[in-house]
Design a protein. Structure first.
Length: 416
């Protein structure tokens, strides 16, 4: 490891020690108490712990034809991986050893932003593996890249960088999975850069094991006429938090954020998004939905910022939440900050239970009460899932999401 990289690591760790974990006194963490993670894992929660072996093959998505980057318990598994020849795909661990200068750039990708957030600072200091993907200009991948992060408990810190060249196109599936009964923590930071005319469809599937905690962040920077579609699903884990930050830096850039939470029992899922319109003639669309059962708790905060000079901005945000239990909770806060005229911006939020009139109508057509509830719940969530262009991924998420809801007994019947 070069001196420069070690210096960055040391600086990040000092920043973490100064800031520590966020607390509920911080406005952005008002509804998410992650001191529970420290109570669960102990004072040395950040240290990677010995974990049981696990089989990554059991988490492969059925019928998905894709290249594969496999990381097991925080370590790249070359034997299980299948890397494309047309683009550069490397593990972070290999780059730390062979190309530390590029790792330094990845860790400090946003003007020392890694020092402004305690969790990101800890990840910057401790990340030992991840994927670094570079798609050259004018390249279109013939199939997706599936980044499969599997763990059997313990703590892992992952850092991923995705660079899409001019007029290039890629589909990336970032998948966090586990089925163990151990406690643990995953911190994952992903930096995505889109050059002029680049396009990406990014799936982020958080399907951690029931006792695993997950703290994630995605930072997307876009140049002229680039396009990003993010499908973010939060299904697993005991406590999870994901921050999505999109910066539309040049004219003509556009982004679409589709999000779905499905939580049951005592799960806690928190998602914060921020879209910065920093240039004129940019477009953003955001649609997040949550299905909450049992005593689960959901948090959504969506912020759109239109900077001075960002004329002709076109932005719309919607958050809809379905509570299946009288004990389920949602805290939602859509925000607009506009420092410019000549823009079109809108946002809206709804919170409710299943519509009794719709239930009555379906039952009057011969469906049982359970069947009617299943159909309405599925239709509510599938409003987001239907936007996934990859049908193998969509079907995989549908099964994982609805299998955890006790009232969804005939999933195959609904899927057809």
């Amino acid at each position: 490891m070069s001196v420069s990289l070690q210096h960055i690591r040391d600086e990040a760790w000092l920043a973490f020690e100064a800031r520590g974990l966020p607390t509920t006194r911080d406005e952005d963490w008002k509804y998410t108490d992650i001191s529970r993670i420290q109570a669960l894992l102990g004072d040395q929660w950040w240290q990677s712990a010995a974990t049981d072996p696990c089989d990554a093959a059991s988490f492969v998505i059925a019928k998905l034809d894709a290249y594969r980057v496999v990381i097991v318990n925080g370590h790249f598994d070359a034997q299980a991986s299948d890397l494309p020849a047309s683009v550069s795909v490397k593990s972070l661990a290999a780059m730390i050893q062979d190309e530390p200068e590029q790792v330094s750039e990845l860790i400090t990708y946003r003007d020392d932003a890694f020092l402004s957030n305690g969790i990101v600072a800890a990840n910057s200091a401790l990340a030992s593996d991840g994927a670094c993907i570079c798609v050259p200009d004018n390249t279109r991948l013939d199939k997706p890249i599936h980044i499969l992060n599997v763990n059997s408990g313990g703590t892992t810190h992952l850092r991923t960088g995705i660079h899409i060249g001019k007029q290039a196109q890629a589909e990336i599936i970032e998948h966090f999975a586990g089925n163990h009964n151990n406690s643990g923590l995953t911190t994952a930071v992903t930096a995505i850069r889109l050059l002029e005319g680049a396009r990406i469809e990014h799936y982020r599937l958080q399907m951690e094991a029931p006792k695993q905690c997950h703290l994630g962040r995605v930072e997307i920077t876009q140049q002229r006429d680039s396009s990003c579609t993010l499908h973010a699903t939060e299904i697993g884990g005991m406590i999870s938090r994901a921050d999505v930050v999109v910066r539309l830096q040049q004219a003509g850039a556009s982004c679409t954020l589709n999000g779905l939470f499905v939580a049951a029992n005592r799960q806690h899922i928190d998602h914060h998004t921020r879209i910065d319109h920093n240039a004129p003639h940019c477009t953003s669309r955001e649609n997040y939905r949550a299905v909450l059962d049992g005593r689960s708790h959901g948090v959504f905060n969506g912020k759109i910022v239109v900077a001075e000079g960002a004329i002709k901005t076109d932005s719309a945000q919607n958050n809809a939440n379905l509570l299946l239990s009288q004990h389920a909770e949602i805290d939602t806060k859509p925000e607009l900050e506009i420092y410019n005229d000549d823009v079109k911006c809108a946002h809206g939020v709804t919170v409710g239970q299943l519509d009794q009139n719709q239930l009555f109508y379906l039952k009057s057509r011969g469906l049982s009460d359970d069947e009617a509830r299943q159909m309405l719940t599925f239709a509510f969530a599938d409003e987001v899932l239907a936007k996934m262009s990859n049908q193998a991924v969509r079907r995989y998420v549908e099964h994982a999401a609805f299998a955890k809801l006790p009232n969804i007994s005939d999933l195959e019947g609904m899927l057809g």
